[in-house]
Write a protein that binds this ligand. Structure first.
Ligand SMILES: Nc1ncnc2c1ncn2[C@@H]1O[C@H](COP(=O)(O)OP(=O)(O)O)[C@@H](O)[C@H]1O
Ligand SMILES: [Mg+2]
Length: 265
């Protein structure tokens, strides 16, 4: 039996593919995906980041220039096996990447809705989790991400614009669930960029709990901190700044622990 098959047996049929999404850009999909990846690697687990955004932010942060990638996710959505495109990253053995490329743009319409699911299922058993960093749209790429996923995590900011987008995301999850993927579950909503003091943010948080239900909103929320922005810009895991990032790292550790538990259930 090959190593891969053996691992698959040990894990059993674990549902470990997670789509991180919101149709709005700049809310923190990439921040959350990579913060969770950093926490997982720190805890000794192994994750695959799937960069489904043609802009390729998470590829870049993980040390791969999406403009120079020959075998990218775009080719995987053609017929290239995922195992041929995935690469190790500068973040160590715990974080692997299926890189984006600008060619993904041409895949944001049409195409087989189930191709990504098939491709990711071929490699998922080698990882504790597969985290799909979705593009800021509700087009064919995000639909493919949801079709491939066992769990969806919505990232929001406590702002009016961000909350207004939630119904569109929920509708797409419903559509995909209906048409392609009855296994898809909404894992929850992660709230990012919460300012230290803001009556407006507090109001929006209340509104969010009314829209999706209190239990769907994950704790802890992610605070707005300069170090989060700095870590992405310096292509460094959030856990790599010692005491300076301890507060935010701890938040991601807790969110990862919750997600990891969910994947094992
Ligand atoms: N909690 C936070 N505190 C401070 N800056 C943040 C936080 N979350 C995200 N940012 C910054 O906001 C910008 C957009 O975040 P990003 O994760 O790229 O969003 P998305 O992937 O949804 O487009 C980035 O420059 C990032 O560094
Ligand atoms: Mg992004």
């Amino acid at each position: 039996m090959s190593g891969t098959a053996l691992r698959a047996c040990q894990h059993g049929l674990m549902a470990r593919i997670v789509a991180v999404l919101n149709q709005k850009g700049g809310v923190g999909k990439t921040t959350v995906t990579l913060g969770l990846a950093s926490a997982a690697a720190t805890a000794g687990q192994r994750v695959l980041v799937v960069d489904l955004d043609p802009q390729g932010s998470s590829s870049w942060v993980l040390g791969v220039d999406p403009r120079e990638v020959e075998d990218s996710l775009a080719e995987v959505l053609g017929r290239l096996p995922a195992s041929k495109a995935l690469v190790p990253t500068d973040w160590g053995d715990g974080v692997w990447l299926l890189p984006s490329s600008p060619r993904l743009l041409s895949r944001d319409h049409g195409g087989s809705p189930t191709r990504l699911r098939t491709a990711l299922h071929e490699v998922a058993d080698d990882f504790d989790a597969v985290l799909i960093d979705c593009p800021p749209s509700l087009g064919a790429l995000t639909a493919a991400g949801l079709t491939a996923a066992d769990h969806a995590v919505i990232v929001v900011e406590p702002s009016e614009l961000s909350l207004r987008g939630i119904t569109g995301v929920a509708d797409l999850i419903d559509d995909v669930w209906d048409a392609q993927n009855p296994d898809l579950e909404l894992a929850g909503v992660i709230v990012n960029r919460v300012p230290a003091v803001s009556a407006e943010a507090d109001r929006r948080y209340e509104e969010l709990t009314r829209i999706v239900g209190k239990k769907a909103v994950w704790q802890p929320v992610i605070p707005q901190r300069v170090i989060v922005n700095q870590a992405l810009g310096e292509r460094t895991p959030i856990h790599g700044y010692g005491a300076r990032s301890a507060e935010v790292s701890e938040v991601f550790d807790k969110l990862w622990a919750k997600l990891h538990r969910l994947l094992k259930d």
